[in-house]
Each structure stands twice: as structure tokens, then as C-alpha cells.
Design a protein around this ligand. Structure first.
Ligand SMILES: NC(=O)c1ccc[n+]([C@@H]2O[C@H](COP(=O)([O-])OP(=O)(O)OC[C@H]3O[C@@H](n4cnc5c(N)ncnc54)[C@H](O)[C@@H]3O)[C@@H](O)[C@H]2O)c1
Length: 254
């Protein structure tokens, strides 16, 4: 199935975790993928693996919180492929889990700069091109924590609440330009994200069991679960969906 043949897809935070799986899935389905990440080593690896598997990908280094870098990313993608059909605003991280009153202003501002400003900047710098080319699709990676927060990561969850509100408001602003804007809310997954949130490279068995016990389907999310929802929203099958979000959470938010 080649749902994205002749399409150009930009994925931020594509050097690891969900973004890596999203980039690979789009490439497997025919897209030319811009693998964008703060980390040049991991994104170079992901782009090389896609190309080695017969797909089409190029690597770009970007800090999504920096407007000039995001503007260059979009312009480079446009120069290379002539259009941007899909933007996946996936780059993000969490501050270390702790109670809100123990979190510094610097930690608060830093997580908003990447998770909320980064989504704003991605949208801001892709929409003029999408309007000019006659349409497109934006998928923002929020979190189930935006609608069913756990204690310990409250400012992080608030960034994802901002992403969901931005998704809905922007969907209205661009609906008549044939642009859809949607979000995906993943539940916990063992990606690089967990190191930022827990301070440990891998989850302890106890922590994994505690998280899993809150998920009716009985397991954590896998990157492939998120990639499946993102590609559905960005595909022709998702053309009438806008301003909505899919909870990829194994039932946790019920
Ligand atoms: N893993 C989870 O439990 C979970 C749950 C819900 C939502 N999320 C969200 O999913 C998204 C992807 O996270 P993941 O779980 O794959 O984690 P990850 O750490 O494996 O991947 C995140 C990627 O984003 C990149 N990145 C971080 N800051 C960046 C910046 N300023 N500019 C560009 N790239 C940057 C990192 O280098 C990394 O490659 C994030 O937005 C995260 O908040 C994760």
C-alpha cells in the first residue's frame, strides 16, 4: 500500500522513539521523508536506515524552539521536494518528574519552549506553503497526560494541553485552505522520553508494572501504535477529520 507516494513529509524529533517509527512508516508507504532532529547522529542514522531499506529520506538538524532554524528547515524541505504535504510536530521531552512547587522557572520555560513554542513554530512556517500548494496535513504529538494527567509532570502535561488547544484553534483557521490539523495522545512508552521524565535509562520492573497496571489493554504504547494513528490522520482516509485527537492509550483515559 503506497498511501504517500509523491508526498513530502517532515517529521520533527525523528531521530528516536515515536518520530523514528513515524518517519519509517511514512517512508514504507512511499513518502519522501525529512528526518529532523536536534540530535544529528540519531537522525542521520534513521535517514540512512530508511534509504538502505529502499525508501527516500534526508536528514536535517533543527532545534524546534528556535524560529530561524524552523524557518530554514521548512525552506530546505521546499527547495528539495517542492512541497510539504505533511508536517508531524513530534519533537518534545519532559522535565524530570517532581511536584509542581519543586520545578524551577527555567525548567518550566524550557519545556514550554520545545513542546508548545516548537509546535507553534512548525505550524507557522509550514502553513503559507500549504496554502499556496492547495492543502496539507499537520499532526501534532500531544499526550494522554493532556486530558488525564498523572502527578509529577504537571508543567509537561500543560504543554500538551496547549498543543491540543492550538490544534483545535488552528484547524478552524485553515479549514477552508484544505489543511487538516489533528493530534495524537500517546500513553506511556519506553522511548528516550522516559530518561528525561524519570532520570533512568530504562524503567525499573516496578515502574513498568505500575504504569502497565493503569492501561486496560495491559501493555505500554509502542512507537508503531503512534505511527499507525499519525499516518491514518495524514492519509486520504483522514480528509474529513480536523481539530480532533486520537488517544493511543490502550484505554487508559476511559
Ligand atoms: N514516550 C512517552 O511515554 C510519551 C507519551 C506521550 C507523549 N510523548 C511525546 O511523544 C513525542 C516523542 O517522544 P518520544 O517518546 O519518541 O521520545 P524520544 O526522546 O525517544 O524522542 C524525542 C526526539 O525529539 C528530539 N528533540 C528533543 N528536543 C528537540 C528540539 N528542541 N528540537 C528538535 N528535536 C528535539 C530528541 O532528540 C529525540 O530524538 C514527544 O513530544 C513526547 O512528549 C511521549
Amino acid at each position: 500500500m503506497q498511501r504517500f507516494e509523491d508526498k513530502c513529509v517532515v517529521v520533527t524529533g525523528a531521530g528516536s522513539g515515536f518520530g523514528e517509527a513515524i518517519a519509517e512508516r511514512f517512508a514504507r508507504e512511499g513518502a519522501s521523508v525529512v528526518v529532523a532532529d536536534l540530535n544529528p547522529e540519531s537522525s542521520t542514522r534513521v535517514a540512512a536506515e530508511i534509504n538502505a531499506a529502499g525508501g527516500r529520506a534526508c536528514q536535517k538538524t533543527v532545534d524546534v524552539s528556535e524560529e530561524d532554524q524552523v524557518a530554514v528547515l521548512m525552506q530546505t524541505a521546499l527547495d528539495e521536494y517542492g512541497r510539504i504535504d505533511v508536517l508531524v510536530n513530534n519533537a518534545g521531552y519532559s522535565h524530570l518528574s517532581k511536584l509542581l512547587w519543586k520545578i524551577s522557572v527555567a525548567e518550566f520555560d524550557a519545556v514550554f519552549a520545545v513542546n508548545a513554542r516548537g509546535v507553534f513554530l512548525g505550524c507557522k512556517h509550514v502553513i503559507p506553503a500549504m496554502i499556496e500548494q492547495g492543502g496539507g496535513s499537520i499532526v501534532n504529538i500531544a499526550s494522554i497526560g493532556a486530558i488525564a494527567p498523572r502527578p509529577g509532570v504537571t508543567p509537561y502535561n500543560a504543554t500538551k494541553g496547549a498543543v491540543l488547544t492550538m490544534t483545535k484553534g488552528l484547524a478552524l483557521e485553515v479549514a477552508r485552505h484544505n489543511i487538516t490539523v489533528n493530534a495524537v495522545n500517546p500513553v506511556a512508552a519506553e522511548t528516550g522520553f522516559m530518561k528525561g521524565a524519570t532520570g533512568h535509562d530504562v524503567l525499573s520492573d516496578e515502574m513498568r508494572a505500575t504504569l502497565t497496571s493503569t492501561i486496560p489493554r495491559g501493555r505500554l504504547a509502542q512507537p508503531r501504535d503512534v505511527a499507525a494513528a499519525v499516518t491514518f490522520l495524514a492519509s486520504d482516509d483522514g480528509e474529513f477529520l480536523t481539530g480532533t485527537s486520537i488517544n493511543v492509550d490502550g484505554g487508559r483515559s476511559i
